[in-house]
Design a protein around this ligand. Structure first.
Ligand code: C5P
Length: 202
């Protein structure tokens, strides 16, 4: 099989990571969480490195670091992600990944709009900020009992605001994308709907 790309976009904690990993497992596609690229750049920026230099010298090995999952790394990522030179530096890696033989799923904010506008399947996963904060809070509270729901909600709202209103590659539903609003939908139903959308195009 030749390249087959699934572009999965949506705001923080919408469920796109879960859907992306499930699609990759079901269809045997490679999966890339592109948020990790921006998180790795943001983490280096927080250590004092120039974000453009961090993006230009990023190596795939750093993406396994669990420290990238913290909300600090998420906030730093969304600040670094507003810089066009950072986005440019990360672009070739994502494009190459999307064209791998055997299929690829990429999840992010601009996969269907900028990185892979020709993707065979585009899905926009969303949910209310409160539903997303509740999910993220449950994940984080398991590891950190000090965390509060209000902090998690404020973090998500701040990132939504930055990601939707930046001038370069703002978060938008791509033309032709299937919209999955997971506010009231179970994750299993969302995975099933995404799986059908891919199966119809294969
Ligand atoms: O998806 P995740 O929450 O890990 O992404 C972290 C941040 O990286 C987002 O808030 C966003 O600012 C940025 N990002 C982006 N474009 C992508 C993926 C992530 O701007 N394709």
């Amino acid at each position: 099989t030749g390249p087959f790309t699934v572009a999965l976009d949506g705001p923080a904690a919408s469920g796109k990571g879960t859907i992306g990993r499930a699609l990759a497992a079901t269809f045997g596609f490679e999966y890339l969480d592109t948020g990790l690229l921006y998180r790795a750049v943001g983490a280096r920026m927080n250590e004092g490195m120039d974000p453009v230099e961090a993006a230009e010298t990023l190596e795939a090995g750093v993406l396994d670091d669990p420290a990238l999952r913290t909300s600090e790394a998420g906030q730093a990522a969304s600040k670094a992600a507003a810089l066009p030179a950072v986005r440019d530096a990360l672009r070739d890696f994502q494009t190459a990944f999307s064209r791998r033989l055997g299929g690829a799923v990429l999840d992010g904010r601009d996969i269907g709009t900028v990185i892979c506008p020709q993707a065979e399947v585009k899905i926009f996963v969303t949910a209310s900020a409160e539903a997303r904060a509740t999910r993220r809070y449950r994940e984080l509270a398991a590891r950190d009992p000090e965390i509060s729901y209000e902090t998690v909600l404020a973090d998500i709202e701040a990132r939504d605001e930055r990601d939707m209103n930046r001038s370069d590659a703002p978060l938008r539903q791509a033309e032709g994308a299937l919209r999955l609003d997971t506010t009231e939908m179970s994750i299993d139903d969302a995975v099933a709907a995404a799986t059908r959308a891919v199966a119809e195009r294969l």
